[in-house]
Ligand binder design. Structure first.
Ligand code: 13P
Ligand code: ZN
Length: 278
């Protein structure tokens, strides 16, 4: 089968286009990656070529050795992915040590995977381990309201988690583990990748101060939906703060405990970390 005919590739492209339409991807802002299943690789392998060189990843991801990733190209615009996917995205193979990658399909006019490939791969490594292989999607974008909040709230996991949970009753169900925050750091390298992957041990959402957000999940829908929910909640925060100096009322810690103990919360298996409750 041709790569562009595969359902998984079409869904990846669609997710990127949906993100463009949400306004999370000015210019080349943001990037996405998907850890392919063996059978998905087998389905499209006939189109792979192995002529391009092995290139250092810039970090070491031994537990991803031999895996294939669908990933957006560095400097590529999300708005162009749906129009010209072969120019904008690629499939990259990881070598047997987890130290180099090579492009086996895509980026036909040259280029390389996103500059955030070290962060994506280190996050994939953590998530593959802690979810027993369930998580496959890492998504990074520049959502306006989340970024705005990083100029307002203390850059602490608890401050962001509570604020984002309180804005919308569904939030503690959708991201019950809370969210982690990385202070401002130079993007694109190993140092920010290490800090982000530490947060991914316990969260599915990592907010980069004054930059953007990373989300991890099992499917494209769940990953996109998570990103969307957090950004919508942040938008509510910005609206509240634009209207009043102080909230008149909110959802309290005891209310959160009520959600946890209610049949609804139980049916969604909601367990809120006590460290985020007062
Ligand atoms: P890339 O174009 O290299 O993916 O970089 C975009 C970005 O958002 C960096 O954080
Ligand atoms: Zn970015």
């Amino acid at each position: 089968m041709k790569v562009l005919e595969a359902k998984i590739v079409r869904s990846f492209i669609q997710m990127c286009d949906d993100g463009w339409h949400q306004g999370w991807h000015e210019r080349n802002g943001g990037n996405a990656s998907y850890r392919m299943k063996e059978e998905e690789v087998a389905e499209v392998k006939e189109e792979f070529s192995y002529e391009r060189p092995w290139t250092p990843i810039g970090t070491s991801v031994p537990t991803l050795a031999g895996e294939y990733f669908l990933v957006t190209g560095s400097g590529k615009f999300f708005q162009n992915i749906i129009r010209d996917p072969e120019d904008s995205i690629c499939i990259a193979e990881i070598d047997d040590k987890g130290e180099n990658y090579r492009i086996v399909w895509g980026l036909v006019n040259g280029g390389k995977p996103t500059s955030e490939f070290p962060s994506h791969l280190m996050n994939h490594e953590v998530k593959k381990r802690v979810t027993n292989g369930a998580h496959r999607v890492i998504y990074h974008g520049h959502p306006v309201n989340v970024i705005a909040l990083t100029f307002i709230l203390p850059l602490e996991d608890k401050a962001f988690t509570r604020e984002l949970w309180e804005n919308m009753t569904e939030c503690p169900i959708v991201f019950q583990e809370g969210v982690g925050v990385v202070p401002w750091m130079v993007p694109g390298g190993r140092a920010i990748a290490v800090e982000t992957s530490k947060l991914m041990e316990q969260y599915n959402v990592a907010i980069w101060a004054h930059h953007g957000m990373f989300c991890s999940s099992d499917t494209f829908d769940n990953c996109f939906g998570l990103f969307h929910t957090v950004e919508k909640s942040a938008e509510i925060s910005i609206k509240i703060r634009s209207c009043v100096p102080k909230k008149r009322q909110t959802i309290t810690s005891d209310n959160f405990r009520e959600i946890e103990n209610d049949p609804l919360g139980k049916s969604f298996n909601v367990h809120l970390p006590e460290k985020f409750l007062d």
